[in-house]
Design a protein around this ligand. Sequence first.
Ligand code: KE4
Length: 430
Amino acid sequence: MYQYKRSSELFDASKKYIPGGVNSPVRAFNSVGGTPVFFKKAKGSIMTDVDGNEYIDYIGSWGPMILGHAFQPVIDAVKVAVDNSTSFGAPTELELEIAKLIHDMVPNVDMIRMVNSGTEACMSAIRVARGYTGKDKFIKFVGCYHGHSDSFLIKAGSGASTFGEPNSPGVTAGTAKDTLTAEYNNLDSVKKLIKENPDQIAAVIIEPIAGNMGCVIPNEDFIKGLRDLCTENNILLIFDEVMTGFRLAPGGAQEYLGIDADLVTYGKVIGGGMPVGAYGGRKEIMDVVSPVGPVYQAGTLSGNPIAMTAGYTLLQELKNNPQIYTELADKTEYLRKGLVEVFDASGFDYRINTTGSMMSIFFTDVDVVDFETSSTANNDKFPKFFHEMLKRGIYLPPSSFESYFLSNSLTYEQLDRTIEACRESLEAMK
Ligand code: KE4
């Protein structure tokens, strides 16, 4: 039986010095209760916590570990790089190399700017869109998350009001008024906002496959419809590919869906586990970015040599071994089929959404196609399921509003163990 003695001690002590004892809220297990597990090491698909318990990992550090933890080529390259200093604050050849590599993998990204997180990438992309179009407002979607920049922490305006409302103290009404909120998979909700705000909307930003309301897949023609609406109305379409970039395909969701955005943001995989974000797009748009153009954006550690080493090494591996994406999709489909069989036999209402190597399990009897339907699964069943799986050595994201990220280090034996743990967990929940 798993025991979490050391994790509990560390959590109690950490809460004295760190808000909630964690450096990012989702890690605190607030959605599922209990003590967050503190980890000390990980290799491939296995993570080991501070009490010595081992887990099959389906978070992958929220996406970066697409080839498993401590992927040896990344480790080896970083070990060499650190001897040459950890940062210069000046340009390096490697930044040119990774920019060229990304252009090779994502041909419509003529130019790219490195930053240090997905949040920074998304906030910068909005600023660029505003600077390029000269318009102030932008549209986001309920249930999509683009980081914690003020203009994204907005909930849909109540009732008829088209203006957003801050969904966090510290975000001002002034900021909120320029963020418009539409419904995922609902083109009419976008058309309505465009009609109500003529010539005022700089951009539409979307998770092309959503992962922050659980994994939610765009309906046929939804993204294509968005693309056409943006083109017709001189609005920039921004794909937030912090989760999907380099994960769904070498060219990310743009390649996977066959649709070109005007700007794309990256995070997670691009840094190989190091703090990296990026935004990029056509040269005519990126030319507004300082120091070439007037839109200011900067960062002390942007393009950091150690982070670039990790990211470049991982991206090279993905580019040179495209069969990885087929292997990942096959493993995800194998797991999905096994879970469906177990859930069907359990009597529990459920839905499982998968795309590429992203997956979410929802305890609900409705198809999950947006935030509202995803919210029907935010009930007491998921926390029970989470903890039953945890004590059987399966580490899932601690919220039903999160996507799982499969890594290609997962073996079919580990997938079988996951399916069996699910069967036992559902049995224990009855
Ligand atoms: P970061 O600033 O956390 O690097 O990226 C923000 C971000 C932007 N866009 C998308 C689509 C994202 O999923 C994220 C961050 N994802 C969360 C997982 N839901 C990171 C985990 C966390 O917040 O600790």
